[in-house]
Design a protein around this ligand. Structure first.
Ligand code: PEP
Ligand code: MG
Length: 559
């Protein structure tokens, strides 16, 4: 049996399946208690506190990204809204397990309904709820095998951070989940510990327990009961590919010496080490949302300054592009309620939201200026998200100048900004194309909606045209134009982007080796020919096929 999902963490992993079925029963509807209400409330509060404490302790043990996630979960377990709801349900006669079930289910539905980043946190709440209920029933908490004989393939409907936090490569060969997308916890954790992973894989939980499974985290293929020889071939091919890629190092360049700095996309301080280790030539996108999400108050200038300084110190001689806050739409802020919007992706997000909150923006820009001054300052570049017009670019540049920030750019991720790129570029020092949002808006297709994902194929010739227009305008103005959307991580498309005139590429650190090798195997002229042919095609798949004809070196690298 073969299944297919979305590969989110590359490599081949194989082993016996461990199918995680969380079997905490739903407490019966209307279940009541016999003793005093106060005692029942104490019982519920004690269970919530114990689960929060255990999550916190697991976080301390795990460290890094897992610590952040588990500590956020521990806060959710004692969320004041949940506590009040549990208490009032018990006052109305419901037994503690049922009160916990209903309070968390309500909270979970609200989060799931909001979609995007918060929607993906809904799985966390279900996990916390099940842990509290298991405790109230005196059952073992849902969890994973300890000290398995050989690494297993972890299969689940979805994985909660508490499940994955303590996992290591020694125990787990791969993850497969039925749900989740590239920004789900499963994907984040799998990349963080370097385990191959496939998410959004329909039918995964139908895999029988203990059966041999092979997971290709690059292609998204999941093979059940593969022949031993197929496993050996795939493992050998992956090893050969890794060592071929490792032999390419140094700065990004085409085979004929056209330099293309290869930079890292970083989502928080914990990812800086991976960026340095992967040989990034700087940071092309430092997403600052991690400072603002999952908390009830805005981050202080001091807290932000420390985070920005860490990024500048990790790359003391290189460029570090920090993007100002990109919230709204799928990334709402608990401490800054957003207006109810019928189409949040088209509403007050990114720079639009920032312009409405001058106080918050002042703190971020002041923190950036302070971090740059402390760290020597040379490498900092500041960039605004979701800029649509030259007026907005001008406004942002002025605000930055007021804070003493001089190397200022904007993302090109709205089609109007690409169409009039020359007007925007005239106002800034550089631009960086966000192909994720640019395709969302160019194709009128929500980037988180599986049903329209074909329109998000980054090989769409329409998207390539918008990139080409932007790169042309930047070249005419003599200013840098990078790409920091996911498309830069595809070695073939990276060559095409270079052929379109893009001057730097920024991607997840794990993608750097493949892109570096792919680029070094081709001349600038080959990249240009691939770009020309791709743009001349009527469809995304034709564009890719046509480009590959001019990029013969990729096949030899297994890319
Ligand atoms: C890099 C981008 O920004 P984000 O994915 O954070 O929206 C993009 O839109 O391509
Ligand atoms: Mg974007």
């Amino acid at each position: 049996m073969n299944l297919r999902g979305v590969g989110v963490s590359p490599g081949i992993g194989h082993g016996p399946s461990y199918v995680l079925t969380v079997s905490v029963p739903e407490p019966p509807e209307g279940a009541t208690y016999t003793g005093e209400a106060e005692q029942e409330k104490e019982r519920a509060m004690a269970a919530l506190t114990q689960v929060a404490g255990e999550l916190e302790a697991r976080g301390n043990q795990a460290g890094g990204k897992a610590e952040e996630i588990l500590k956020a979960q521990a806060l959710m377990a004692e969320d004041p809204g949940v506590v009040v709801k549990v208490r009032s349900l018990i006052d109305r006669g419901l037994a503690a397990p049922r009160a916990v079930f209903e309070a968390f289910s309500k909270y979970r539905d609200v989060l799931a309904g909001s979609g995007g980043y918060l929607g993906e946190r809904a799985a966390d709440l279900g996990d916390i709820r099940d842990r509290v209920i298991a405790l109230l029933y005196g059952q073992a908490m849902p969890g994973l095998p300890l000290a398995p004989e050989r690494p297993y393939v972890l299969v689940a409907r979805d994985l909660a951070p508490a499940d994955t936090a303590l996992l290591s490569r020694d125990d787990v060969a791969a993850f497969v989940t039925e749900e989740g997308g590239p920004t789900s916890h499963t994907a984040i954790m799998a990349r963080a510990i370097g385990v191959p992973a496939v998410v959004g894989c329909p039918g995964a939980t139908g895999i029988a327990a203990g059966v041999e499974v092979m997971v290709d985290g690059t292609s998204g293929e999941v093979r059940v009961a593969p022949a031993d020889s197929d496993v050996a071939d795939a493992v050998d091919a992956a090893a050969a590919r890794r060592s071929a890629l490792a032999s390419w190092n140094g700065p990004g360049t085409t085979s004929d010496g056209h330099q293309v700095p290869l930079l890292a996309n970083v989502g928080g301080p914990a990812e800086l080490d991976a960026a340095v280790a992967a040989g990034a030539e700087g940071i092309g996108l430092f997403r600052t949302e991690f400072l603002y999400l999952d908390r009830s108050d805005p981050p202080s200038e001091e807290e932000q300054r420390r985070a920005y300084r860490a990024a500048l110190e990790a790359f003391p001689r290189e460029k570090v592009v920090v993007r100002t806050l990109d919230v709204g739409a799928d990334k709402p802020l608990a401490f800054l309620p957003a207006p109810a919007e019928p189409n949040p992706a088209l509403g007050e997000r990114g720079l639009r939201r920032f312009m409405k909150s001058p106080g918050m923006m002042d703190v971020q820009l002041a923190a950036l200026a302070a971090a740059a001054a402390e760290a020597g300052g040379a490498g900092l570049r500041v960039m605004a998200p979701m800029v649509a017009t030259a007026e907005e670019a001008t406004w942002f540049t002025r605000e930055c100048a007021d804070h003493g920030l001089s190397d200022v750019g904007v993302m090109i991720e709205v089609p109007a900004a690409a169409l009039r790129a020359a007007d925007l570029i005239a106002m800034v020092d550089f631009v960086s194309i966000g192909t994720n949002d640019l395709s969302q808006y160019a194709f009128a297709a929500d980037r988180r909606l599986g049903a329209v994902s074909a329109l998000h194929d980054p090989w769409q010739p329409g998207l390539l045209d918008l990139v080409a227009m932007t790169a042309d305008a930047a070249a005419r103005a003599g200013k840098p134009c990078g790409v920091c959307g996911e498309s830069a991580a595809d070695p073939a498309l990276a060559c095409v982007l270079v052929g379109l005139g893009v001057s730097s590429l920024s991607m997840a650190p794990s993608a750097l080796a493949g892109v570096r090798a792919g680029l070094a195997a081709h001349s600038l002229e080959q990249c240009r020919a691939a770009a020309r042919e791709a743009r001349a095609q009527p469809s995304a798949s034709d564009a890719r096929t046509a480009a590959l004809v001019h990029l013969p070196g990729l096949a030899g690298l297994g890319l």
